[in-house]
Structure formats: structure tokens, C-alpha cells
Design a protein around this ligand. Structure first.
Ligand code: SF4
Length: 326
């Protein structure tokens, strides 16, 4: 995403200027760059329809971008075919929002996990031991191996989905609203599990959520999207303590425990097929001024490892345009 100057040996996923426009003219994702280092968690946050799930689909090769590039551990992911693509898929897994629909209702948990083991050529002689080990890791009992999805609670199902994702021993797991459907207390348990797994296995996460308080809880860095664009990115600590974009401030104000006064945005997000001129947030921004509806603010460096796209940041302490990683 450009604001870091990482040791290239640490870079796992490097997406540059991804753009996707759908047939109806909707620019769902506009020049989004995103970088995930080994073993870290990057949060991707924004309202429903901001382009975060479309971005994830492009990273997972479920959707082709119109332009841009994605490198995974140095390999051009968009050009990968055959064996190379299968090898990439093994290392890049997903935990979806709703395991009720993502786990096959006619398969037991064991069969779902074994499906992934088979797909990635793990010897059949190891399956039983591997399934038992995975269930233990995610805090499920041995008996859950023979359970069907409809026999399990939401939290148990999400643990099973995590076990299935981990079966191929991935380097990066994309968690797409992975805890959004859970009660708060179960949500906290699953988040703690993800943190523990990262500590033990060194796996990296791209954690997608509409809820900044959830993302902040587990992320090293956070990327905020609005109407298909990155509007702010930085360490979780910096975004939490000193947000530099009014949209981030608004999201934070909605998070419990921040002690911030709640800011209620005017109206609904604009139609992405017909975005507002200038800063696309100007129709709802509490701080908008004349320039905002005319000129598009670029992502600028506003601090160490901190970028924001807002005219309010164009002051003496704005350092330089955010570099785009090559
Ligand atoms: Fe608000 Fe203007 Fe900043 Fe956009 S550029 S976020 S409208 S103050």
C-alpha cells in the first residue's frame, strides 16, 4: 500500500492499483493498493458496498481486475495457471462470513476439512490425524468431526470454517466479515482464537469488516475504504488515537468504548455508478468545504506509516504524496 518501506523478504501480498468496474458502470474498486507482510494482520474496513469484498475477491482470484497487479510471495498471482495457481491457492485461504452457507450442509465437519486436504494432495493416511489436530487447535471436541453444520452453534461453525481454512497450512487467510454474524461474546472468543493461531502458526490475516472496533482489536495496520477508494491507512494505534480522515473519525465514533461523541452521517452512501465529484465523501462529510466538491484529494503521507486522502491534511506537516509500492 505504499506507506511502508518494508524489507521485501517480509512482503507476502502486494496488490497495486487494483481497479474493477462492473457492466453497469459501477467502479467498485478504484486504484486500491494493499500490502500484507508475513505474519501480520491488516484490517480492511468500510461500510457495506465500499468495495472491500470486491477487493478480496480479486486477491483470491475469484474476480479479475480491469487493471492492477497482485504478487503473492513474489509470484504474479494474476498470471498464475495450473500447478502454480494450485500452489498459490494452498497458501491463500478464506474464512467467509457465513459458515452456514460456506460449509456444505450435507457434509460432516470431517468431510469438509478432508475436502481441503484432498484438494491440496495431503496423503490420505494423514487425514485422520490432521483433522483431529485441526479441531483441537480451534477448540472443537473430537465429536464435532462427525457433526453436520445444522447441529452446531454459530461459534462452533466458525471454528470449523477456520479449521478447514488452516488445513492446507496457508500463509495468508482472508477473513471476510468472519465474526460479523456472531454474538459479541462469541465474537471475542473467535477473535482471541485467531490471535492465538497467528502467534503459534505465523499465519497472516487480511481481516475485512464494516466494524472498526473489531478490526482494531486484532490488526497491526488498518486500511479504510470509502466508495471504492482507500481514504486512510495506518497502524491500528495511530488510526485509533489520531485519525486523519473525517470518515475514519465517523467510524470510530460509532465504536463502543472510544469515549467519542457519536457522529451520525447524513444520508446513505452515494451510488457508486454515479459518484459525487471531487472528494466522494463530500456529500456526507461534516467538515466539507468548497474545494471538496471540486477537486479530488490524493492519498498523502500525514505521519509515519500513515496516509490520508483529505484536503484538511494539506498543511505544513503533510510530508509527501504516498509512494505506491512497485
Ligand atoms: Fe471531508 Fe473535504 Fe476531507 Fe473529503 S476532502 S473528507 S469532504 S474535508
Amino acid at each position: 500500500m505504499g506507506f511502508l518501506m518494508p524489507d521485501t523478504s517480509e512482503v507476502l501480498l502486494d496488490a497495486v492499483s487494483l481497479t474493477k468496474t462492473f457492466g453497469n458502470g459501477t467502479r467498485a474498486v478504484d486504484s486500491v493498493s494493499l500490502l500484507v507482510n508475513r505474519g501480520e494482520t491488516v484490517g480492511l474496513v468500510g461500510e457495506s458496498g465500499c468495495g472491500k469484498s470486491t477487493t478480496a475477491k480479486m486477491l483470491l482470484r475469484l474476480l479479475s481486475p480491469d487493471s492492477g497487479s497482485v504478487r503473492f510471495d513474489g509470484v504474479d498471482l494474476l498470471a498464475a495457471r495450473g500447478k502454480q495457481l494450485r500452489a498459490m491457492r494452498k497458501r491463500l485461504q478464506v474464512v467467509p462470513q457465513n459458515p452456514q452457507t460456506s460449509l456444505n450442509p450435507r457434509l460432516t465437519v470431517r468431510a469438509s476439512i478432508e475436502f481441503n486436504l484432498r484438494a491440496h494432495d495431503f496423503p490420505k493416511s494423514e487425514w485422520k490425524t490432521r483433522v483431529a489436530g485441526l479441531l483441537d487447535r480451534v477448540g472443537l471436541a473430537e465429536r464435532h468431526a462427525e457433526a453436520f453444520p445444522h447441529e452446531m452453534s454459530g461459534g462452533q461453525l466458525q471454528r470449523a470454517a477456520i479449521a478447514r481454512a488452516l488445513a492446507s497450512e496457508p500463509d495468508l487467510v482472508v477473513c471476510d466479515e468472519a465474526v460479523s454474524a456472531l454474538d459479541k461474546s462469541v465474537q471475542a472468543q473467535v477473535l482471541n482464537l485467531l490471535v492465538e493461531l497467528q502467534r503459534d502458526l505465523g499465519v497472516a490475516y487480511l481481516f475485512i469488516s464494516h466494524d472498526l472496533s473489531v478490526v482494531e482489536h486484532i490488526s497491526d495496520r488498518v486500511v479504510v475504504m470509502y466508495l471504492g477508494k482507500v481514504v486512510e491507512e495506518g497502524t491500528a494505534a495511530d488510526l485509533w488515537s489520531q485519525p486523519k480522515h473525517p470518515y475514519t473519525t465517523t467510524l470510530l465514533s460509532a465504536s463502543p468504548g472510544t469515549g467519542r461523541e457519536r457522529i451520525v452521517l447524513k444520508g446513505d452512501p452515494p451510488n457508486p455508478a454515479n459518484p459525487p465529484s471531487g472528494c466522494t465523501f463530500h456529500t456526507r462529510c461534516p467538515a466539507a468545504f468548497d474545494r471538496c466538491s471540486v477537486e479530488v484529494p490524493q492519498l498523502l503521507t500525514v505521519g509515519r506509516q500513515h496516509n490520508s486522502a483529505c484536503w484538511l491534511n494539506e498543511t505544513a506537516d503533510t510530508i509527501e504524496p504516498a509512494a505506491v509500492s512497485a
